[in-house]
Design a protein around this ligand. Structure first.
Ligand code: NDP
Length: 475
């Protein structure tokens, strides 16, 4: 009898532990369940000011030759009123609405209706149907990876038009830049609002939804983890990659075309920005299957942060260097140009190799070679919402032995190179490196907080083995 009671007690304790683990993972894995005042204040700040920041940057270029201080000085000295600036801002036009609708529709068609063929003939490229990571509810989603193909088709058509057909001017994006901003905002707000309503009323997977009860937090950080329409239209994959990132290189090409039209030449700085950012974009699509395992897809829920961010913030602020160079055509000296190129390429190499090492390590479950040796790692475990225990490994070899996020360091070096290509006359093109430093440092801390909650003491072993975050010996 006593033995029977002991067994029952042990079973109850086991159940209790399982529930606690589940609560812990529900509470900490992915975005937060409870909102502290600091997060709420940051979110309200961003919701109110991020659209204004984008407007301010673009308006400064259009009306003040990219000076960030002159508009403020004009307003403070009373030379201008807000209404003067606003009245000079182009409004939404039917033409821009038509261009934007066509653009988004075309990208939806490429995403949904053209199965990937690139993986059939490009050696080493992983495309077609791929699996994402395990979600907190234990779901593994399938994705149609065809972004590289969408990028190639779009750019072939762009060049065919520019060289042969001449249906529209290659400067079309620059010429409609502000009217297109209003269209991008409409889509950004529409998709974020729709995602919120969908999260409440018809989520794709109810177990992967998070509600804090705070409207603003839920709107900003998202409720649904992987919202989908039908089986294949995945909001996160579509909105992050296309229309935003496919557009990135086209926007830069349009800026280069504008330089050619205005000054009769394209400067070496504009070529550098086009090439370095082009490599980054192509890399993204070449590795789109890898992207399924990054934080955006694995941990972030889909809200305004991703929806509006992908539609507006990314295409408008990541392309500031090209826009700046239309207003200030900088011709760099040879040493400066080579320095920028080298910094950009070395940064890209570190970024790519670090990401590649982790991807290879995770794909082969550690059965691979990193820098010619078997990788070293720390064994770790975590529990999903349904209480299932999973095992994983944290690598301590290669670039992952130098710092815990050396991929961010490489990314930051590349970002700095784009900015340095613009010379030193104005602060505006340097917004990107300032923003990326804040974004990636915050992301690093956010990711580590999540990993610590997910892996517990195993994470502590890992941070003891690799003590620095971004810069070995410094931070
Ligand atoms: P990472 O690719 O660094 O992924 C972090 C995750 O990797 C962790 O959550 C953990 O996930 C796992 N991990 C951490 N340490 C190890 C280790 N030692 N060994 C094995 N796995 C580990 O981060 P991101 O997804 O943020 O970034 C991907 C790339 O995208 C980066 O290069 C970044 O620079 C770039 N990026 C660019 C942005 C831009 O706007 N240009 C924005 C954001 C990112 P798990 O739970 O699986 O253990």
């Amino acid at each position: 009898m006593a033995a029977h009671q002991e067994k029952k007690l042990t079973e109850e304790r086991k159940q209790q532990n399982m529930q606690n683990d589940t609560k812990a993972s529900q509470g900490q894995w992915g975005r937060a369940w409870e909102v502290d005042w600091f997060s709420l204040a940051s979110i309200l700040f961003l919701l109110m000011f991020a659209p204004l920041i984008v407007y301010y940057f673009i308006m400064s270029c259009a009306q003040y030759q990219c000076s960030l201080t002159d508009p403020l000085l004009d307003l403070l000295k009373g030379n201008k009123h807000l209404s003067d600036i606003w009245n000079r801002t182009p409004t939404l036009t039917y033409r821009a609405a038509g261009i934007y609708s066509l653009w988004v529709t075309f990208q939806v068609v490429l995403y949904m209706s053209v199965p990937d063929f690139c993986h059939k003939f490009l050696p080493g490229y992983v495309g077609g149907i791929q699996e994402g990571a395990v979600t907190p509810a234990g779901v593994v989603n399938k994705y149609e990876i065809n972004g590289l193909q969408a990028w190639i088709i779009t750019h072939v058509l762009w060049f065919a038009n520019a060289c042969c057909f001449h249906f529209f001017s290659p400067t079309i994006i620059f010429d409609n830049w502000i009217p297109l901003l209003w269209c991008a905002n409409i889509l950004g707000y529409a998709v974020s609002t729709f995602a919120m309503i969908k999260g409440y009323f018809f989520p794709s997977n109810a177990k992967d939804c998070k509600f804090t009860g705070n409207f603003f937090y839920d709107y900003m950080m998202g409720i649904e983890f992987n919202p989908r329409m039908g089986k294949w239209f995945d909001f996160k994959l579509f909105f992050n990659g296309r229309p935003g990132i496919v557009a990135w290189t086209l926007i830069n090409l349009s800026f280069a075309a504008k330089q050619q039209e205005l000054y009769g030449e394209v400067t070496n700085s504009m070529i550098l920005v086009n090439v370095l950012q082009g490599i980054y974009v192509l890399d993204f699509f070449w590795n789109e299957a890898w992207y399924l395992k990054t934080i955006d897809i694995c941990h972030d829920h889909f809200g305004w942060y991703l929806g509006w961010g992908d539609c507006v913030w990314l295409p408008y602020l990541y392309t500031l260097q090209g826009l700046y160079l239309v207003y200030h055509p900088v011709q760099l000296g040879t040493a400066h140009a080579v320095g920028v190129l080298m910094l950009g390429l070395v940064g890209y190499y570190i970024f790519r190799m670090t990401n590649h090492q982790k991807d290879l390590f995770r794909r082969t479950n550690g059965n691979c070679r990193i820098w010619g040796k078997k990788p070293e790692y720390i064994e770790c475990s975590y529990v999903s919402v349904d209480g299932t225990k999973y095992y994983s490994k944290l690598m301590t070899s290669g670039f992952w032995g130098w710092a815990r996020h050396f991929n961010y360091t490489g990314d930051l070096m590349g970002s700095l190179a784009y900015c340095l290509a613009c010379g030193f006359e104005h602060i505006l093109p340097y917004f990107y490196i300032i923003y990326m430093t804040i974004l990636l440092t915050h992301r690093c801390i956010r990711d580590e907080h999540r990993c610590c909650s997910k892996y517990g003491k195993d994470w502590k072993h890992y941070t003891a083995a690799v003590p620095y975050r971004l810069l070995p010996g410094i931070f």
